[in-house]
Write a protein that binds this ligand. Structure first.
Ligand code: BO1
Ligand code: ZN
Length: 261
């Protein structure tokens, strides 16, 4: 198994020794440039406001994983924009850092945000996340940045703070059912947003080059106390997960990045 972001033998700089694709040509995350090819083609999100039948949560030793269990007839689907196929929303998780000013994986024009939300969707044509995860067009991951805003009157957009209390210890096997399930709208507020899109990879081993990234350029808001709650989650050795963001990946090939609005 990989570990975990510290400068040791199993950190991001050495992941390629176990999965050589972690040194591939379409690795993520990357810095997104202020100017990219512009296209007018909004992303379409179906059943944005539908609450799933249930949401389950677990600490997998690297962070908090949420599962969306939608009823068969009202799955939440991403399509349009940069996507050629329909993608089914399946899971969500977060990346953060040891310090408040740096925890996102992608950066925008060199600017790193405090944290980053990933909503993982798989191409319907592959039938399941596990079947899609290694296909070149298998996944779409919708990413939102969080910026720090501790003003009291601003409600935090980080809505799972109290649920994190249930999963402080890591438990790779068991999911816990969340009391109130939440829609994509509860999580990301905006149904229409400008975003950058490019062909990239999973940001953790096995680093499969299977992801069409959709990175929204409007950040959500998070508070220091929310970030502290994330950092209080424990890994498999019982240590705090202070950081789980992969550094920016440079590739020799030039990457095509498109700015959709
Ligand atoms: S990410 O969004 O690029 N950070 C990312 C990284 C790794 C995965 C997904 C998204 N890995 C896959 C695993 C599957 C698992 C799925 C959901 O995550 O390979 O086995 O079911 O957590
Ligand atoms: Zn992620």
């Amino acid at each position: 198994m990989y570990s975990y972001y510290e400068c040791d033998d199993l950190g991001p700089a050495n992941w390629y020794k176990i999965n050589s694709i972690c040194n591939g040509a379409r690795q993520s995350p990357i810095d997104l440039p202020a100017s990219a090819v512009l296209r007018t083609k909004p992303l379409c999100i179906k059943n944005f406001e539908v609450k799933p039948d249930s949401n389950n949560i677990k600490n997998d030793g690297h962070g908090a994983q949420i599962v969306f269990n939608y009823r068969h007839n009202d799955k939440c689907l991403l399509s349009g924009g940069s996507l050629k196929y329909k993608y089914e929303v399946a899971k969500a998780h977060w990346h953060w850092g040891q310090f408040n000013y740096a925890g996102s994986e992608h950066s925008l024009n060199g600017h790193q945000y405090s944290a980053e939300l990933h909503i993982v969707a798989f191409a319907s044509k592959y039938g399941s996340l596990s079947n899609a995860v290694d296909k070149s067009d298998g996944l779409a991951v919708l990413a939102f940045f969080y910026e720090l805003d501790n003003r009291n009157e601003e409600r935090s957009d980080f809505i799972i703070k109290k649920d994190l209390g249930l999963i402080v210890k890591s438990n790779t096997n068991d999911y816990i059912r969340i009391q109130n399930s939440f829609s994509l709208k509860d999580l990301i507020k905006y149904q229409r947003f400008h975003y950058f899109s490019y062909q990239g990879s999973l940001t953790t081993p096995p680093c499969y080059e299977s992801v069409t990234w959709i990175v929204a350029n409007t950040p959500l808001k998070i508070k220091t106390e929310d970030l502290d709650e994330l950092r209080n989650l424990k890994d498999n050795e019982g240590r705090c997960i202070l950081k789980n963001c992969r550094p920016i990946q440079h590739s020799h090939q030039s990457r095509q990045i498109t700015d959709y609005r």
